[in-house]
Design a protein around this ligand. Structure first.
Ligand code: GLN
Length: 270
C-alpha cells in the first residue's frame, strides 16, 4: 500500500537527502503520473505502483529528483531536464529578479543567455517579457537539445534561437539583457554526490578559483551591451569581490544582489 511504502522509503532515503519524505512523495506521484496533491488526497490506500521501486533505487544512488522525474519548475515555467543539462536552481531566479528591477517599467527587446543549459534563464526571461526575443548559447549539444525542446513545448520557439558556441565568440549584435550562469565551482571544491556524480562537470567547474569563465566572458560584454542594457551574472557566494574587480577592469559598473538565503548571488553590470 502506498501509505506504508512512503514511510519505508522516507526511512531509506534519510541518509541520501534532507527532504526524504518529500522526495518519496515526488517519486510516488511520478510513478503514478499524478500530482503530489492528488497522491496525498486520493491515493494513499492504493497499491504501490511497480515503477516506484525503480525510481527509489535511482534516488538511493544519489540521482537528482529532477533527472528521475524529467522536469523542474523555474520562475514561471516548467523545464524538461535530464543527464547532460544543469538542473535549474531556485538561487538562479535572483538573476531574473535583478533584471526586472533594472528594467523597471521598460522591457528588454533582445536577450542573450550565455551557457543556457536547458534554456533556463532565456526561457524564463522570455516568459517575463512576452515581446522579447533571444539567443541562447551553450557549448553542449546535449544541453541545447533540452533547450530547443523546452522552447517548443512552451510555445516560444519563434522567439528563442539556440546555438552551439564558445561564450561570446562570433557575436556582434547588441543585446538589452545579457544573462549568464557560468560554471564557477573551483576545481578542488567539494560538491554533494548528487551534483558531482550526475550533473555535467563542464557546467560546474571553472579552474582552481572558479573564475576562469568570468575571465573569458567579462572582457566581451561592453561591446555587446545595448545602451540602457544590463548584464546579469550568477556568482558563487564568495566571489562578489573578485568578479566586481574584474568587471571594473573591463569598464563595467557592478552591483551585487543577494539570493533568498541572503548570500551574494548575482552581479548586475551596466
Ligand atoms: N549553484 C550550483 C551548485 O552549487 C553551481 C552552478 C554553477 O556552477 N553555475 O551546484
Amino acid at each position: 500500500m502506498i501509505r506504508q511504502a512512503l514511510v519505508e522509503a522516507t526511512q531509506l532515503l534519510a541518509p541520501v537527502t534532507d527532504t526524504s519524505r518529500l522526495d518519496a512523495e515526488l517519486l510516488m506521484a511520478h510513478a503514478l503520473g499524478i500530482s503530489c496533491q492528488d497522491l496525498l488526497l486520493k491515493h494513499l490506500d492504493d497499491p504501490t505502483p511497480e515503477a516506484f521501486g525503480l525510481f527509489l533505487n535511482r534516488r538511493l544512488a544519489h540521482e537528482p529528483i529532477a533527472y528521475i522525474t524529467g522536469t523542474r519548475a523555474f520562475w514561471t515555467i516548467e523545464l524538461q531536464v535530464g543527464p547532460g543539462a544543469l538542473i535549474p536552481r531556485p538561487d538562479s531566479e535572483t538573476l531574473i529578479e535583478a533584471a526586472i528591477e533594472h528594467f523597471d517599467e521598460r522591457a528588454p527587446a533582445r536577450i542573450l543567455d550565455l551557457g543556457t543549459g536547458p534554456g533556463t534563464l532565456l526561457l524564463a526571461a522570455l516568459d517575463q517579457w512576452p515581446q522579447a526575443t533571444g539567443l541562447g548559447i551553450d557549448a553542449s549539444e546535449a544541453a541545447l537539445g533540452y533547450a530547443r525542446a523546452n522552447a517548443e513545448r512552451l510555445g516560444m520557439a519563434h522567439r528563442a534561437e539556440f546555438r552551439l558556441g564558445d561564450w561570446t565568440d562570433g557575436l556582434a549584435e547588441p543585446f538589452d539583457l545579457i544573462l549568464a550562469n557560468p560554471p564557477y565551482i573551483g576545481t578542488h571544491e567539494q560538491l554533494p554526490a548528487e551534483v558531482r556524480e550526475h550533473e555535467p562537470a563542464s557546467a560546474l567547474f571553472a579552474g582552481p578559483d572558479g573564475l576562469d569563465d568570468y575571465r573569458r566572458i567579462l572582457p566581451a560584454l561592453t561591446d555587446l551591451l545595448a545602451p540602457g542594457g544590463a548584464a546579469v551574472l550568477e556568482i558563487g557566494w564568495t566571489q562578489a569581490k573578485a568578479v566586481s574587480a574584474l568587471a571594473l577592469q573591463h569598464g563595467l559598473l557592478p552591483a551585487v544582489h543577494s539570493d533568498l538565503g541572503g548570500r551574494p548571488r548575482v552581479i548586475l553590470l551596466t
